[in-house]
Design a protein. Structure first.
Length: 75
């Protein structure tokens, strides 16, 4: 049995955004905030690079789960 991904546990969606869209927007927003913090020197660049790589991997897993049908369909 596979462990649910964090986006599988989202309990919110609307007619405007599916759970997939919400998860994707969350990852994109987190990446933008991480870049901004690094640009403002509020967060070390090496840590930001590590975090951005992890976010890219999460986004790829989200996309893969969508393609495999384990995430809900797009709205």
């Amino acid at each position: 049995m596979r462990q649910p991904e964090w986006w599988d546990t989202l309990n919110y969606q609307s007619e405007a955004m599916s759970r997939f869209d919400l998860a994707q927007a969350s990852l994109e927003a987190e990446a933008r905030v991480t870049r901004a913090r690094a640009d403002l020197r509020l967060y070390p660049r090496r840590h930001a690079g590590r975090d951005l790589k992890r976010l890219e991997q999460e986004a790829a897993r989200l996309e893969d789960s969508m393609l495999a049908g384990t995430a809900d369909e797009r709205g």
